[in-house]
Write a new protein. Structure first.
Length: 338
């Protein structure tokens, strides 16, 4: 079957009996043609089905209207960030393309190079490690970090105040009489893990409670979404087999929380009667769960919005913005007393 030729700018100009320059002016909303000419050109465009070749236009401009978002896993938290990014992109006429690194530094770097080759206007990145290749940053599109920080380069960062959020959650459990509080963390190689552990440690230290390293489990030291869920599951299993198991568990991301809840169910433990529980990231299902879950809620939507704002500032004014947004402790039924 012979493929139908795509209509060109020349075809529009010929059928409308105008110059190519006139068609271009109409497409770019320039007031250099009469109303009658504009109407005739638009009618021809609609009639023959002409559309712009955005790839060719991007090559000519040296930049596309695409923004790349690289996330480390399929955590619903990043879906909410995407919602915020998409809303803010409307102001700049940008569109978003999303890729998943699955916590692989090699894949992350490949995605950065791929998106840069497509001449994206910028990249929003949740990095998988504590450093980034400075060579890649210089060679590729402007980068704004989201959720996680890196140590070796100065880039715009939009993050949450993880220390304060986890301090408040741990203090709530302490106030309810818990002294053996299990903490489930993601990969030890990312900034959010370090900060969330710090909040937990500071809360225990404020009550002169000695840190028990056996109650601190890294359930995310794996690659991929499913592995993190399994990591949360295994972390609970290890802690509940201790000679003195925890009376409360705090899971510090959504995927770890899912795995942890699965393990608690398999252990035939009742929340909060047998064990108290605090999770991370608020979603509608948590309000209809039984019991309703106490949650540390992140401002994911606002983080997405501010990441695009930071990217625009970086591109237009070479301004590096860092924002740390507050977390909210939403107390429901799963956080009981000893």
């Amino acid at each position: 079957m012979v493929q139908k030729k795509r209509p060109t700018l020349y075809d529009v100009a010929k059928q409308a009996n105008v110059s190519i320059a006139t068609v271009s002016n109409v497409l770019n909303n320039k007031d250099e043609a009469s109303e009658e000419t504009i109407k005739r050109v638009n009618e021809v465009i609609k009639q023959i089905g002409y559309s712009r070749n955005e790839s060719a236009r991007s090559l000519k401009r040296g930049e596309s209207k695409l923004i790349g978002l690289i996330v480390p896993d399929n955590n619903p938290f990043f879906t909410e960030i995407l919602d915020g990014i998409q809303q803010e992109c409307e102001y700049y006429d940008w569109q978003v393309v999303v890729a998943n690194s699955e916590e692989s530094e090699k894949r992350q770097n490949q995605l950065i190079e791929l998106l840069s080759a497509q001449q994206v206007s910028g990249i929003i990145l949740a990095p998988v490690s504590e450093t980034l290749s400075t060579t890649k940053i210089k060679e590729n599109a402007p980068i704004v970090l989201i959720d996680r920080e890196v140590e070796n380069v100065k880039l715009p960062v939009i993050k949450a105040d993880n220390i304060d959020g986890c301090y408040k959650a741990t203090k709530k459990l302490l106030k309810n009489g818990h002294k053996r509080i299990g903490l489930i963390l993601a990969s030890p190689g990312i900034s959010t893990t370090v900060q969330r552990k710090q909040g937990y440690v500071e809360a225990l230290s404020s009550q002169n409670i000695q840190i028990d390293e056996e109650l601190i489990q890294f359930g995310g030291n794996y690659t991929g979404t499913k592995a993190q869920i399994n990591g949360g599951y295994q972390a609970v299993m290890r802690m509940m087999n201790l000679p003195s198991p925890p009376t409360a568990i705090f899971a510090t991301n959504h995927l770890l929380m899912i795995g942890a809840l699965k393990a608690i169910k398999e252990q035939n433990l009742s929340i909060p009667k047998d064990i108290s529980f605090i999770g991370f990231d608020d979603h509608p299902w948590q309000e209809i769960s039984s019991p309703k879950l106490t949650i540390v809620s992140q401002p994911a939507f606002e983080m997405g919005r501010q990441a695009i704002h930071a990217l625009h500032k970086l591109k237009t004014k070479d301004e590096v913005i860092t924002a740390s947004l507050p977390l909210k402790l939403i107390i429901r039924e799963s956080c009981g007393t000893v």
